[in-house]
Design a protein around this ligand. Structure first.
Ligand SMILES: *Cc1c(COP(=O)(O)O)cnc(C)c1O
Length: 237
């Protein structure tokens, strides 16, 4: 038997309350207001029924990282008024499709994706907000998602050339084998330099279940939190 919906609702409400409290405390410790940090609840692997409960509990922003799953859930939950953040690896042949339902694409990391995203955004008839994903890996370990810091200027220029795309800022994931705070301090200085050229692109999406405090301490405006709210993701779908 599947658990009664009321139990899941209670579970999600408790997870949300804990995470909201962590955000508030971290913001306070950093001398920032709790409203300076937007919670994006990462719902990948979890069913549309959870999204419905989260919306009822006041969640406005959700994140997904796999195109097919995200597209299906966005259609199924179209009545909920959620803002959809795409936070996963983008394939160039899927980028236009992602921009048709994602309100925010956080993972733009190479030039090849820009035109396709712009086309998808235009087809949906509204601007799509864009974050450039920057890699915090040491140079010898690169190859994972994310542009190199010195590629950001060119990417930003390409995005700015499209009216259907709205450049908002940067996104990053802390590398696994390093203290998150060290990586996030590098991120803060990359961002400071980026802001000199793009002062209106002030969003910084950083911090997940395990490191949201460290991200908020360096200025994150968006945290992407999954397991601390929804529980452990199933290993296989
Ligand atoms: C899955 C995912 C998250 C959420 O991770 P949790 O540790 O479950 O909070 C955040 N950001 C990205 C890019 C992800 O893929």
């Amino acid at each position: 038997m599947s658990p009664a919906p009321l139990d899941r609702r209670t579970e999600l409400a408790a997870g949300l309350a804990r995470v909201r409290q962590r955000i508030t405390s971290a913001a306070q410790a950093a001398g920032r207001g709790p409203d300076d940090v937007q919670l994006v609840v990462v719902t990948k692997f979890f069913p549309a029924s959870d999204l419905r409960l989260l919306a009822e509990l006041g969640v406005s922003d959700v994140g997904e990282n796999r195109h097919q799953e995200a597209e299906a859930k966005a259609a199924e939950c179209a009545d909920l008024g959620l803002r959809w953040h795409f936070i996963g690896a983008l394939q160039s042949n899927k980028a236009a499709a992602v921009a048709r339902y994602a309100d925010v694409v956080e993972s733009l990391d190479r030039a090849k994706l820009v035109a396709a995203l712009a086309r998808g955004a235009q087809e949906r008839g509204g601007p799509v907000e864009i974050l450039l994903q920057v890699s915090l890996d040491p140079p010898e370990a690169r190859g994972r998602a994310g542009a190199k810091p010195d590629e950001l200027a060119r990417l930003a220029e390409l995005v700015a050339a499209h009216e259907s795309l709205s450049l908002r800022g940067l996104m990053a994931v802390a590398p696994p084998r390093e203290e998150p705070i060290e990586a996030f301090e590098r991120l803060a200085s990359i961002r400071a330099e980026f802001l000199r050229e793009h002062p209106s692109a002030g969003w910084l999406s950083a911090g997940m279940s395990g490191d949201l405090e460290q991200a908020i301490s360096v200025g994150a405006t968006h945290v992407r939190v999954g397991s601390a709210i929804l529980g452990l993701r199933p290993r296989i779908k």
